[in-house]
Design a binder for this molecule. Structure first.
Ligand code: ZN
Length: 474
């Protein structure tokens, strides 16, 4: 039974898509999932990618369990930050956000994040925002001040149910124009904003201006799904005010529940503190790749911790990630080179069944990836032991590889195909080999391995022999 922790109930709940229990997983309608996506005003950092990887594991796992999925991630291409960025560069909002949207998609590919079904842009959903604002206006829940339109939270009695805010702290009639604010000072929020001369604007029935951030997600969800969705995800920092405001607008406008399960991913810390450019612990994906780390190791490390736990990212952890990955590669290699004929040993069949069972039940329990990885590595130890005892037969290799494919449909790290680009000159490669030889002479095996892995990531394979080290590209 699949279970998730629902931020709304603060409990682990059985997952029932569509709200109605069915006999078999095949009978459920596709699971509708909406994940708050990036605001495309700069490079996403690894904290963002932890959340995006959580979305990836969630959809892969649901598919692994036999559900169909219909998943959306939005692109926020108009808000305070994007407008500020475009204005400061003196380019159009479209040109500015298109650049960062492209980079974002490239990063997703590098991390082996699956392509979702929909990637709507906020600026393509103005019609749906118009409809929501009109509905709210008819219900007397909005008011205008100059050319801005605000949602009056005191007129909506359910306000605050996700973040469990104290109704006493609500200051209705006082307002926020900014997209982000804190829980200790809760005011009416802008659905539609008055604009200055240089800002881009759109006409809706109630005026000319631009959307507030919160209305965008409500509008895109309505436009794509047109009814209650199963899962809404995002980082914990979005619970308030963003998701709280999404619920208020959507439920007030359409008189039906907005979302069945709210799943929130915890923060990533770097070197035990919050990432910030001033502290020098702020990494984009490319920062790490340029330092020689593989995107496979980055993916692996970012998904090792449970999504509801804070995770402390360090470069040392990332360096260490190559060890478990090479244990996996070893097993795959052992399978691939096993060609002898013969029966399948019972103990291998049993071990595969046990692995699939343990792996599934860990993930069933609120997507416990760390537990699932634990079972996976225990099994690798056993498989390698069976290999040492008596090499695999061809048939044994086949069923082990099949099992690994199944596991990898969730993890996406075993058969991870990295784009191998040789960006090194022959001289660079020779220099690395000399450095590695020196490290070996000093018995600094870690450094020697690091150089070998670094070259491998760039598509250069080293072959050690009595005559020295040769290299070839793959
Ligand atoms: Zn959102």
């Amino acid at each position: 039974m699949v279970k998730f922790y629902n931020t709304m109930s603060k409990k682990i709940e059985e997952f029932i898509p569509g709200g109605e229990k069915k006999e078999s997983i095949n009978d459920y309608p596709p699971v509708s999932i909406y994940s708050c996506g990036p605001t495309v005003y700069g490079f996403a950092h690894i904290g963002n990618f932890r959340t995006f990887l959580f979305n990836d594991i969630l959809r892969r796992f649901l598919k692994f369990r036999g559900f169909k999925v219909n998943h959306t991630m939005n692109i926020t291409d108009v808000d305070d930050k994007t407008i500020k960025g475009a204005l400061s560069e003196g380019v159009s909002l479209k040109e500015y956000t298109a650049r960062f949207t492209d980079i974002f998609f490239e990063d997703l590919k590098k991390l082996n994040i699956e392509e979702f079904e929909h990637y709507p842009r906020a600026t393509d959903s103005i019609d749906a925002m118009n409809e929501i604002i009109n509905r709210l206006e008819k219900k007397g829940l909005v008011y205008k001040d100059n050319n801005s339109i605000y949602f009056s939270i005191s007129k909506y009695s359910d306000y605050g149910k996700l973040s469990k805010i104290d109704p006493e702290s609500i200051k209705s009639g006082t307002r926020y124009d900014t997209d982000e604010y804190h829980k200790d000072d809760i005011r009416d929020f802008a659905l539609w904003k008055e604009i200055s001369k240089e800002e881009p604007g759109w006409q809706i029935d109630l005026g000319y201006g631009r959307p507030g951030w919160h209305i965008e997600c409500s509008a895109m969800i309505r436009k794509i799904y047109n009814t209650t969705i199963d899962i809404h995800t995002g980082g914990v920092d979005l619970v308030f005010p963003h998701h709280e405001n999404e619920i208020a607008q959507s439920e007030a406008a359409f008189d039906e529940p907005f979302v069945r399960y709210w799943l929130h991913a915890e923060h990533l810390l770097v070197d035990n503190s919050k990432m910030s450019k001033s502290k020098g612990n702020f990494y984009t994906l490319n920062d790490l790749i340029e330092q020689g780390f593989s995107s496979r190791a980055i993916r692996y490390l970012l998904l090792t911790a449970h999504y509801r736990k804070q995770f402390n990212f360090t470069l040392d952890n990332l360096k260490n990630a190559s060890q478990p990955l090479s244990r996996i590669d070893n097993l795959v290699l052992n399978c691939e080179k096993s060609q002898k004929s013969g029966e399948i040993r019972e103990l291998i069949k049993d071990r595969i069944d046990k692995l699939i069972n343990d792996f599934t039940s860990s993930l069933d329990n609120d997507l416990n990836v760390s537990g699932a990885l634990g079972h996976f590595f225990e099994a690798i130890t056993d498989f390698n032991k069976y290999y040492t005892e008596s090499n695999f037969t061809l048939e044994e290799s086949r069923i082990i590889l099949e099992c690994l494919q199944k596991i990898d449909s969730v993890l996406g790290i075993i058969f991870f195909k990295e784009e191998k680009k040789v960006s090194l000159s022959e001289q660079d490669i020779e220099d690395y080999i000399i450095k590695r030889d020196n490290a070996k002479k000093d018995k600094n095996w870690d450094e020697a391995d690091r150089i070998r892995d670094l070259l491998l990531d760039k598509g250069v394979v080293l072959e050690d022999s009595k005559e020295g080290t040769r290299w070839k590209t793959v």
